[in-house]
Design a protein around this ligand. Structure first.
Ligand SMILES: NC(=O)c1ccc[n+]([C@@H]2O[C@H](COP(=O)([O-])OP(=O)(O)OC[C@H]3O[C@@H](n4cnc5c(N)ncnc54)[C@H](O)[C@@H]3O)[C@@H](O)[C@H]2O)c1
Length: 312
């Protein structure tokens, strides 16, 4: 199969690229390297079944590329990923996440692509009434980022109706693992890991009882690979564990994995942070045969090992 991965130089995208190549597929990654990193694709670059095109997804050249490559599937992960940046600059967020998604769908149309697999976010649920959040929970976007991801979901359904392009939306909870940047706001695991192995202080915002649903990157990649087939056509699934982990517990687990003192500093809670989040993955089990396989302690050990190897 020929797969085009947007955001292929990023954290999740590059792990997906490696997996698709290992499975024997031909892969073209498209990335403007705005937050992604060419180093993430060092292993992929050794394969003659791989190519990286440094390109903004909003560039009309994307459709020309799709016409040339004719990818059977496009995994669309390129995005402006920061909630805070989306609040400060909603126009830029909309350009990449709304206009960019429309551009990817036009490219899919021009390239005769059968299916687009889209990375959405639990942010679309806002402040959910039920936890774990079911995949059919009502959307309640409370940031421009959430609004733009939801808009991306809507565009997928529109292009399916207009042009018959299939889609699966994967709603990702808090993904962690090797290659996650500690610079981003989404990566608390990466931030704790980087600080602990660098011997710098760690901070927990609030009293440490806030919860998140941490899902390991290899499990998320498995979800994308499964969705590249015909299973899950026209559907959306949560990719998470359904398990809530408090910030304080996460700190202890990372400290354990890193062999570091479990002594965070505490700071005022940040405005707009949700008190709790976890998503119900059961429909993905039924619809994609997917389940989260990596327990948090194992995933954190692998993440710490990777972060250490990077510093050597
Ligand atoms: N990491 C998480 O916990 C999480 C949670 C929910 C949803 N997601 C979604 O998963 C996807 C991947 O996220 P990630 O954590 O790997 O982030 P990332 O920043 O590592 O990857 C995003 C990639 O997109 C590229 N990109 C950004 N704008 C682009 C543009 N205009 N044209 C081409 N490339 C562009 C970046 O350079 C980067 O390589 C995103 O769509 C994100 O919204 C991630």
């Amino acid at each position: 199969m020929r797969v085009l991965v947007t955001g292929g130089a990023g954290f999740i995208g590059s792990n997906l690229v490696d997996r698709l190549l290992a499975d024997g597929h031909d892969v073209v990654a498209v990335d403007d390297l705005s937050s992604g990193n060419g180093d993430n694709l060092a292993r992929a670059a050794e394969s003659d079944r791989f190519a990286l095109r440094v390109l903004d997804i909003c560039d009309p050249a994307l459709a020309d590329l799709a016409t040339e490559v004719r990818p059977e599937v496009i995994c669309h992960l390129a995005a402006q990923i920061s909630v805070r940046r989306s609040v400060a600059d909603p126009m830029r967020d909309a350009r990449v996440n709304v206009e960019g998604t429309a551009s990817v769908l036009m490219a899919a149309h021009r390239g005769g692509t059968r299916k687009v697999v889209f990375a959405s976010s639990v942010a679309v649920y806002g402040r959910p009434a039920t936890i774990p959040v079911p995949a059919d929970a009502p959307a309640d976007p409370r940031s421009p980022y959430a609004a733009s991801k939801l808009s991306g979901e809507t565009y997928l359904a529109t292009f399916r109706a207009l042009h018959g392009i299939e889609y699966t939306t994967l709603v990702l909870s808090n993904v962690y693992g090797p290659r996650q940047s500690p610079d981003g706001e989404a990566g608390v695991v990466a931030i704790f890991t980087d600080a602990m192995i660098g011997g710098t202080p760690t901070v927990v915002y609030g009293d440490g009882t806030q919860t998140r649903d941490y899902v390991y990157v290899d499990d998320v990649v498995e979800g994308f690979v499964r969705a590249c087939g015909s299973r899950g056509d026209g559907r959306r699934f949560n990719l998470g564990t359904g398990i809530q982990t408090t910030d304080r517990r996460l700190h202890s687990l990372v400290a354990d994995a890193a062999g570091s003192p479990d002594k965070p500093g505490f700071a005022q809670p940040r405005m707009g942070d949700l008190p709790a989040m976890a998503v119900d993955p059961v429909p993905a089990v039924e619809g994609l045969g997917w389940e989260p396989r990596t327990d948090l302690a194992t995933g954190l050990k692998q993440t710490v090992e990777w972060a250490r190897s990077r510093r050597r």
